[in-house]
Design a protein around this ligand. Structure first.
Ligand code: SF4
Length: 775
């Protein structure tokens, strides 16, 4: 193994790029092994001089997988959340009671560390009760995993090492380059040593691991460093954003500049970057809980325990309750239940609470998984999302461990454990210190350089104290858990200071919590005040109002009652929708054809429709009697307003009004849809009022295509709600006729197709934590 050692910025990657190009020039294949987030960087570096052929950048996990796949010695992978769930199951076997997700996570991390260092259950040192419990849980976990026939991430490494040490696998690569790692664990080192017996391996590290002699030792390169102090974090961030804007204006590419910040400050940076119009790109991998669907599901799983206005507003039916709770500053179960009673929303509130409680805690007699599927289908954003299957997988994992309220909490916890595929857009990288490792830029802004902000996070282990751990040399030769406290902080700080040719270090002198102490290893002895920079955001230009488009009026086509309903939800969205044509699903095309009949469905037309929509042939034939009795596509014009109905039927003094819905619509969903719609109820009110005596009852029917028609409501008199509806329609019509198309931001922004062009939707409504990432 060719080992190259040197401090950060000593040119190790540059040297390895030369090595790679040498091999590639000889038409050989090279595997470049690095951390997953470094891949794009390596490809950029290696192709600086033009396209290359024969180089592949892999993560270690992919490398293990390749080796094992070639020999078919592979099993399905046990992913991160699956691993925590299996450890939870093992904990349940040891302790009896279902464990909490936090406890399972703690054990899962300890087991992962042991496996990373090649230590089996019996090798965990210590006689404390917790160390004993860890040994037992670890052993049960391994048995459960073997019974299930899975490999966790560490098994791949172990098996690949075993394969290299015991046989001669055929390798596709002629050389392997390993770069970008701060240090390697015991088993990783053993793996690369074993690999070097089959193929030349070039490895770069900061210092040589015990027992290995480096072939090349490099010395530190030079870095231009400036350090500035800012009065507070906001002025620091604004200055850095101004500086980046200047850099880009002077010709630096966004990919040549980066910002490093502590992880908890990243959301604030992203918010400010919007104001400056800068392409700052968050490089952190999102979890399922950070996606809109996952976040919504998480809110719903947590709502029964702790209802907040944000969570209530995520559900259209509970949004009125959420709005009043927000106005009055109310949170918590008791307060929100009382408020629901006061507002007359007790019915809908109780119905949602029953739906959101899993079986075993008052959610009915179904199994947890049936309940989980129903919940996913009750949320339109999730029901049709490609992420639905992944969210359900987490429920299946949670179901292995817990029931009732425990199941709900486990499901919520596993959502935060599952990472989403992540390909960040190109732009100025916004990084945590870990994500900055192994990469270099032309210019880097290292922010918030105060004491304690950047740390390697070394701490005593909960299970195995430091005195029972061994040095790396011993761990490499025999077996054992290596020491944790190795004083890595100075190494991390040194690395951060060298991540670019020019590093600008900034720190705030104070925050709202009080004065802050600069980190001397980053800031140096004499930081200067922030130099003046020209303004870079419209808000920084004194006296000049930022441009805001005037709300003009437009000319809109004559509306139907249902158009007015959509218009009232958000005039802007309605107007934009006129220019954003959609491909309707087949059943809506069928409905349109049925409406076009504008009269009775004759046999010849039925035959033609059956040919055009073979999937609905049986349904139409089965219901030919009822379909033939309807006045299809009935429409009525009143005072410049048109109401269009799918079908109507008169029977003496009774009118029957039909509305076609999507196939497979449940009765509950049909009731909700019919409550939302205006046309049918408006027509019922109109008939009862205008034809008093001649029409004495109006029946409202919902009819899912391919299903049976349901009678949902029978109306005998024009009550207050119908009068209100008629008044609302009239008022909306007046605004519509005036051509007002102002946005009306709210929860509907979540699935609005016009959001990309609507500043109000993007800026005014950040949603109840649903649209903006907040971690
Ligand atoms: S994003 Fe919101 S406010 Fe804007 S058009 Fe869509 S629904 Fe209306």
């Amino acid at each position: 193994m060719h080992l190259i050692v040197g401090p950060p910025a000593s040119g190790k990657t540059t040297r390895l790029l030369e090595v790679a190009h040498d091999w590639l020039r000889k038409r050989k294949r090279v595997w470049w092994v690095c951390l997953p987030f470094q891949k794009a960087y390596v490809y950029r570096q290696v192709t600086k001089g033009g396209a290359v052929l024969g180089l592949e950048v892999l993560s270690s996990q992919q490398l293990y997988y390749r080796l094992l796949a070639a020999t078919l010695a592979i099993r399905p992978i046990l992913t991160g959340p699956g691993r925590v769930a299996l450890v939870g199951e093992a904990l349940g076997l040891v302790g009896g009671a279902p464990p909490s997700p936090g406890e399972a996570r703690l054990f899962a991390r300890a087991i992962a560390e042991a496996k990373r260092n090649g230590v089996g259950p019996s090798g965990i040192p210590g006689a404390s009760p917790e160390a004993r419990r860890l040994r037992e849980v670890y052993a049960h976990y391994e048995t459960l995993k073997a019974t299930w026939g899975r490999f966790d991430y560490d098994d791949f490494r172990q098996e690949a090492t075993r394969l290299l040490e015991s046989s001669h696998p055929r390798l596709e690569a002629d050389a392997v380059i390993v770069d970008g790692f701060r240090e390697l664990g015991v088993l990783e080192l053993r793996f690369f040593q074993a690999l070097s017996r089959h193929v030349p391996v070039y490895l770069s590290l900061r210092e040589a691991p015990p027992g290995l002699t480096p072939q090349e030792v490099r010395s530190a390169g030079s870095v231009r460093l400036q350090a500035h102090r800012a009065p507070n974090p906001v002025s620091e961030a604004r200055w850095v954003l101004r500086a980046i804007k200047r850099d880009l204006a002077q010709g630096l590419s966004p990919l040549e500049v980066a910002v490093v910040a502590p992880e908890n400050r990243i959301p604030a940076w992203l918010t400010l970057a919007d104001e400056y119009g800068l392409p700052l790109v968050d490089q952190r991998a999102p979890t399922a809980a950070d996606t809109p669907e996952g976040r919504l599901l998480l809110e719903m799983l947590e709502l029964p325990d702790f209802p907040t206005p944000g969570r209530l507003m995520a559900l259209p039916e509970l949004a009125p309750l959420g709005r009043v709770a927000l106005e009055r500053g109310l949170v918590g179960l008791e307060a929100v239940s009382r408020l629901a009673r006061e507002l007359g929303l007790e019915g809908v509130w109780t119905a949602w609470m029953a739906r959101l409680r899993s079986p075993g805690e008052g959610g009915g007699g179904r199994s947890e998984l049936e309940w989980a599927e129903e919940l996913l289908d009750a949320l339109p954003e999730v029901r049709n999302s490609p992420r639905r299957a992944r969210l359900l997988e987490r429920a299946q994992e949670a179901h292995r461990i817990a029931q009732g309220a425990h199941f709900r909490r486990w499901w919520a916890a596993l959502l935060s454990e599952s990472y989403e595929p992540h390909r960040p857009n190109g732009g100025v990288a916004l990084l945590t210190p870990t994500l900055a490792s192994g990469q270099r830029w032309k210019k880097l802004y290292l922010t918030h350089a105060v004491e304690g902000a950047y740390s390697a996070g070394e701490m005593e282990d909960y299970f195995v104290p430091e005195e029972l751990r061994v040095g790396l040399e011993e761990a490499l030769q025999a077996s054992g858990l290596p020491r944790r406290m190795l004083g890595r902080d100075p190494v991390l700080l040194e690395e951060l200071r060298t991540r670019a040719e020019e590093v600008v270090v900034t720190y705030p002198e104070a925050s709202q919590e009080g004065p802050l102490v600069p980190e001397p290893a980053l800031v140096g002895p004499a930081p200067s005040p922030l130099p003046a920079l020209p303004p870079a955001s419209p808000l920084e230009v004194a006296g000049v109002q930022p441009y805001q488009a005037a709300w003009g009026t437009v000319s809109l086509p004559s509306p139907t009652v249902e158009d007015l309903r959509r218009y009232q939800e958000c005039p802007m969205r309605y107007w934009a929708g006129l220019f954003l044509p959609e491909e309707p699903p087949w059943w809506q095309i069928l409905r349109r054809e049925l409406r076009r009949i504008r009269g009775k469905l004759l046999p010849a037309r039925l035959e033609a429709l059956s040919q055009q929509f073979p999937q609905a042939r049986d349904w139409m034939e089965q219901h030919a009697g009822l379909l033939g009795s309807l006045e299809l596509g009935f429409s009525l014009a009143v005072d410049g307003l048109e109401v269009r109905l799918d079908g109507v039927r008169r029977q003496g003094k009774e009118a029957h009004i039909y509305c076609f819905l999507a196939p497979d619509t449940s009765k509950e969903e049909a009731q909700r849809r019919m409550r939302e719609r205006w046309s049918e109820r408006w027509m019922a009110g109109h008939l009862l009022e205008k034809y008093k005596g001649r029409i004495q009852q109006a029946h409202l029917w919902a009819w899912p295509v391919l299903g049976e028609a349901w009678l949902l409501d029978s109306i005998e008199r024009v009550d207050k709600s119908l009068r209100n509806l008629h008044r609302t329609v009239q008022e909306t019509h007046q605004r519509y006729a005036a051509g007002v198309v102002e946005p009306n931001p709210g929860f509907i922004c979540r699935d609005c197709k016009a959001k990309d062009i609507c500043r109000e939707g993007q800026a005014a409504y950040a949603g109840p934590g649903l649209l903006r990432r907040s971690r």
